[in-house]
Design a protein around this ligand. Sequence first.
Ligand code: ATP
Ligand code: MN
Length: 482
Amino acid sequence: MFNDRIKIKQLLSGTPTGTEVVVMGWVRTFRNNQFIALNDGSTNANIQIVATLGEFDEAILKRVTTGASLKIVGTVVESLGKGQSVEVKAKTLEILGDSDAEKFPLQPKKHSLEFLREKAHLRFRTNTFGSVFRLRHALAFAVHQFYNERGFVYLHTPIITSSDAEGAGEMFKVTTLPLEGAPKNDKGEIDYTQDFFGKGTNLTVSGQLEGELGAMAFSEIYTFGPTFRAENSNTTRHLAEFWMIEPEMAFYDIEDNMNLAEAFIKYLINYALKNNAEDIDFLDARLAEEEKQLPTEKRSGLGLREKLELVVNNNFERITYTEAIDILLNSNHYKKKKFQYEVKWGIDLQSEHERYLVEQHFKKPVIVTGYPAAIKAFYMRMNDGCEPGKETVAAMDILAPGIGEIVGGSQREERLDKLEARMKAMHIPLEDMSWYLDTRRFGTVPHAGFGLGFERMIQFVTGMTNIRDVIPFARTPKNCEY
Ligand code: ATP
Ligand code: MN
C-alpha cells in the first residue's frame, strides 16, 4: 500500500511520541540542510521533518527544494524548536517529485495577491489561499447542513436554460450554430430552430424560477450551483461565473424570508468560527498586518474574528427603502456632496449608498425592504395600499459591511392577475412563461425566496477584498485562464 500516511493536521493534533508515521507533502522550506517544513494542505501548520546531519545522501538532500514533494517515514518526537510540539525524525526520505528551485514561482516569502492571481494554479500552496479554500469548502458543507437540518430539498435547477425572462443580468448564449454563415429565418434573424435545442438557449443567471416550481411541491427547496452573468462589471465583487444558493419556500411571507436569510448567514459564520478557527485566526492576523499599511482613517478598527462575532451576536438592522433614502438625504455625506450618484426616491441604490448605510450609519448588516416596483423584477409581490406613482414591492436586499449586497430576495407575486398585469407592462411574453404561470393557476400559495452570492459570503468570512481571490479559477471580463 502506498498511501498509509497520516495527515499533518492529525499528526500535529497530538500523535504520541515514539509512533512511526508516514508523512507526505510539499516542501515549504529547508533550513540548515537539516530541517524541512512540510505541508500537505490539511492545515497551514507545517510539520518539521528532521533529517539528521550525516544520515542522508547529499544527492537526495540537494533535491529537497521548495515545492518538491516528499514521502517520509519517521518517528514522532517531541520538538525542541519553538512553534510546534512534535516533529518527525526521518528514517527514510523519498523524493516523489522534484521542483526546480530556479523555476518554481512561489518563494518562501510573502507574495502579493495580484502576483498570486497570475499564478492561480499554484496559489493553493500558499497559507492565505490554503485558508481561503478550506473555508470555502467548510461553508459549502455548512450550506447543505443548514438546509438539510430544516428539511429543505436540494433541487438541481438547469445550467442551460431557455428561459430568458429573469432579467437578472446579461446572459451568455449557448449555441452550436456556426458563428459565420449561421442559418437565418425570413426576417433575417438567426434561425435557432436549427440550433441544438431547436430554440435559443443561455447559461442560467439564476435558478429561482425553476426553484419556485419545486417549492410548489416540496414546500421548501434550495439550489446551490453556478450561475453566469455576462455583465461587463470589472469590480471587486462581480464575477462572470459565480455560485449562488437560492432557497425558495412556500407558505413564507417577506418577514419569514428575512428571518431565514438572517439565520442562514449567522449559521454559516458560526460554523466557520467553530470548525475553522485556525484558518480564521490566520486570516485575521493577515488582515491586521494589511491594515497597518493603511492610513488610520481607512482602518476598520475591528479584527476579522471580532467583526464576525459582532455579526452573529446582533440582530441585523431592518429598514425600508424609503427610510434608507431619508437616512442618505439627511446625512452629512450627502450635504457635503460626497455621493457621486443622485439620491432621491426611485433610484436604484448604488454601492456607495449601500456602503454608507452599513459602514458609516449602522455599522452592521442591514436588510432593506420595500423597493420601488419600477427597479425590481416582475415576479416580486406588489405591496398593497401604495400611493400611486410610489408602488413598492416586497423585495429585500441584505447589505453587509465591506461587501455591499450579499443577498437579494423577495416575496413572490402569487396572485395570477397581478402577475400577468405586471408581465404585460414589462413586455414579458406570457406564452413563453406558461409553465411558470401554472404555479399560480394550480394551487398558488404565498411564497418567498432569496439568492445568496456564495463568493460574497466567503469574502465576508475571510475578509478577502477581491472576489477573484475566493473562487479557485475566476472568470471575469477578458480573463478565462485554465
Ligand atoms: P449587484 O447589484 O451587486 O450586481 P444583483 O442585484 O445583480 O447584485 P441578484 O440578481 O439579486 O444581484 O443576485 C443575488 C446575489 O448574487 C447578490 O446578492 C450577490 O450576492 C450575488 N451576485 C450577483 N451578481 C454577482 C456577480 N456578478 N458575481 C458574484 N456574485 C454576484
Ligand atoms: Mn448585478
